[in-house]
Design a protein around this ligand. Sequence first.
Ligand code: ADQ
Length: 478
Amino acid sequence: MKTGNMILVSNRLPTTVEMGPRGPVLKPSSGGLVTALRPVFKARKGYWIGWPGEGPGEEVEKLVAGSSDSACQLIPVMLTPGDLRGFYTGFSNEIVWPLFHDLQARCNFDPTYWKAYVSVNRKFADVTARVADHDSVVWVHDYHLMLLGEFLRGQGIRSRMGFFLHIPFPPVDIFEKLPWRTQILRALFRFDVIGFQTTRDQRNFLSCVRRFLPDVSLQRHDGETRATSGGQVTLIRSFPIGIDFDEFNTHAQQPEIAARVAEIRDDMRGRQIIIGVDRLDYTKGLPERLRAFQHLFTTYKHLRRQVSLVQIVVPSRENIPKYRELKLETEMLISQINGQFGDPGWMPIHYIHRSVQRPELIALYGAADIALVTPIKDGMNLVSKEFCASQVDERGVLILSEFAGSAEQLNHGAVLVNPYDFGAVADALNLAFCMDSDERTQRMRKLRRRVRNANVFRWCDDFCSYLENAYGRSARAA
Ligand code: ADQ
């Protein structure tokens, strides 16, 4: 029986493969997306389709197929090393990722990458088509799988299909550099719903459609756009993703975490703690942030010895040369700043280069006086929201880049900055340092209210019910 199932498709399955003493073992991941999707899978039979991660192919495939996640059945899409090079490292991360973050100079428009992208999207379509039927709801995630709707429709699949883009959508002057711009836009119109993080992304996308697909008619109404193309309807709207607020908020109030917060603060000997938490990615604006921090101690000399930055960086995409260069640049800047300003009793920057466990992360968020979240562009940025949810005593200040998607929701309580303006970031740090406790509380209260309300469960509910009710379906089924 396949009726009415929910099929989620993403590049990665919500698991990782680890090598144990007796061969590969499967570890479930516990990200916000997985938590948010559990209730959806409770209501209906569910499948999650994706690549399971590196490991010995056949063994991993058997392991995943035989695993029973309590919420849904996992279905692996097996990819060869060649697929991963061309599709994942190549097209997804050397073309779409930089281009969609407005960094066209970092793109490598190698035509072989496109071939791999097409072929892997087809592989995903073949696997999805095996479990999809007319009553299924298919929810495709992110920039790796923009062609999936087209290939599924090509196989005669008429179920409701939605696509959500987790990263930004670039302005038309940047998107137009993409050699495959028309094919990608056309393919997206085979979905019934296209969701973006922010209204800015939605606007950019619509400008691109007007420029490159003049035959598509667009009607705007109340925040959503109804696009008609060849008699088929696609609805376009923004659905800003949230976090599991309660998870952070509840953990932050537990005595062990409170004790750890006190310990961290103690270790810092009364200095204000500035926290930065990022994947090591050039979009997160790390070198820019460090230069602004350096500028701070030259402009605001009184802040020397009064503040320390705790910068936590999780390694990412280490097989891509640009990411290795970024690691070197970041570490060089950190040692330069520590060498230039530090002394035996004070380290300006504490650098942690590894993944930190959730309880420790919440304690660090809770102990911080200031969060410095300055991506040069970000679809949403969950760190800005996690910081607010962990600030149970409401005294932290959030300094947030104007170019993070979350700035659209958090602009009332955060101090917004242009991350390229080192002077302005240094000014914001000084402002936050000097901010009195009433203003801090007032701002943080607003932020927490917003993050609590627009949580990940609401996001998931909004998208799923919108997709299920999408009237595009009747046009397609005709
Ligand atoms: P990411 O680019 O991965 O996500 P982000 O939204 O900041 O960016 O999420 C990063 C996650 O990794 C956070 O949950 C954070 O806690 C965690 N993390 C970072 N450093 C860590 C460390 N050292 N140890 C442990 N955990 C760490 C993409 C888009 C974003 C969008 C999300 C969700 O690029 O714009 O917000 O998807 O849609």
